[in-house]
Design a protein around this ligand. Structure first.
Ligand code: DON
Length: 313
């Protein structure tokens, strides 16, 4: 990896933003959660949080968006801390699926009937069901306060409209969750588990928040500014490994070859990138490809990685 000059990185990030902004035209904003339809497909933003503390940003960095599947990394880290590895991996596997993020197919044909990994919807719902807390409110509050700590932003909350919109239309996620209840992957009230899951997906952030969160993972679980341990190193390591193998769904293999950065996308168009020992990256561009990953976001990361030699491979 090249030594990073902050002023050059700033200049080149602005150039890349300009180059990749039109790429959004080749994608489609997510529609299956109606509230996400309102996003502007021409928006593109990138923030980089270097572990040395510098902030490099370009594009529409003031836009706020919901975490969606990026939140799955956060709840995985929490479940590993709450219950330990053995308990988490009794309920979810460690393998990529090769299927879309909301697919039910493998859940039915695999024995035992547990989700293949925590980055697909079924796996993430199962992980959320493991979180400690006496009721849905306390669980949501715990997730929010963990996200606020990771991002060092006490103002982070969740978007009520996006939450309601998903709540009202989430029949597929409901089907996954009830299926898992039947096979004892999920215990307790399914609607309560789903309520926490929809709220974690609706947590609202900007690109800088995402970059800051990524930087904690890049820094092996420690706050890059204060050195405070936010999660144990082995928890950060498991999360980063899942980001490589499953973070971009059934495009994770291609992304690993072309970009080579542990990353997690969400259907809002966000991508969290983690360059170990170096930087956290937050990207936003809401027009998605057919697998649910941001078109302009993925291409921008590809250019950035090639330019600065960021691939971990
Ligand atoms: O459960 C869902 O379908 C959404 N709340 C999150 C899915 C998602 O972000 C998939 N991403 N690419």
């Amino acid at each position: 990896m090249e030594t990073i000059s902050v002023s050059r990185l700033q200049h080149e990030l602005e150039e890349l933003l300009h180059e990749h902004r039109p790429d959004g035209q080749e994608g489609q904003v997510a529609e299956y959660i109606p509230a996400l339809k309102q996003a502007n497909p021409t928006h593109l933003a990138a923030s980089i949080c270097l572990l040395a503390g510098e902030q490099v940003q370009a594009g529409d960095v003031d836009i706020r968006f919901t975490m969606q599947s990026m939140s799955k990394v956060i709840t995985l880290a929490m479940a590993l801390m709450d219950c330990g590895e053995a308990c988490v991996f009794e309920k979810v596997g460690m393998e990529p699926t090769g299927d879309p993020f909301n697919s039910i197919m493998k859940l039915e044909i695999m024995r035992p009937n547990k989700p293949l990994n925590p980055m697909i919807n079924a796996g993430a719902i199962a992980v959320t069901s493991l979180l400690h807390g006496s009721g849905t409110e306390e669980k949501v509050e715990r997730i929010l306060s963990f996200v606020r700590r990771l991002a060092r932003n006490p103002a982070i909350g969740f978007n009520e409209d996006v939450y309601r919109s998903e709540q009202e239309t989430a029949d597929l996620n409901r089907a996954l969750a009830y299926f898992m209840k039947q096979y004892e992957v999920i215990e307790g009230d399914v609607e309560d588990v789903l309520d926490v899951y929809f709220k974690q997906c609706a947590i609202e952030v900007n690109c800088w928040d995402v970059a800051r969160i990524g930087a904690v993972f890049a820094n092996r679980g420690r706050d890059p500014e204060t050195g405070e341990v936010i999660m144990p190193e082995h928890v950060a390591k498991i999360c980063k490994t899942f980001m490589v193998t499953c973070g971009m769904y059934n495009a994770s293999g291609e992304f690993a070859i072309r970009v080579g950065i542990p990353a997690k996308s969400g259907v809002s168009g966000g991508i969290m990138g983690v360059v170990p020992h170096c930087m956290g990256i937050g990207i936003y561009s809401p027009a998605l490809d057919e697998k649910g990953n941001s078109v302009a976001g993925v291409r921008l990361l590809q250019s950035l990685s090639a330019r600065w030699g960021l691939s971990i491979f």
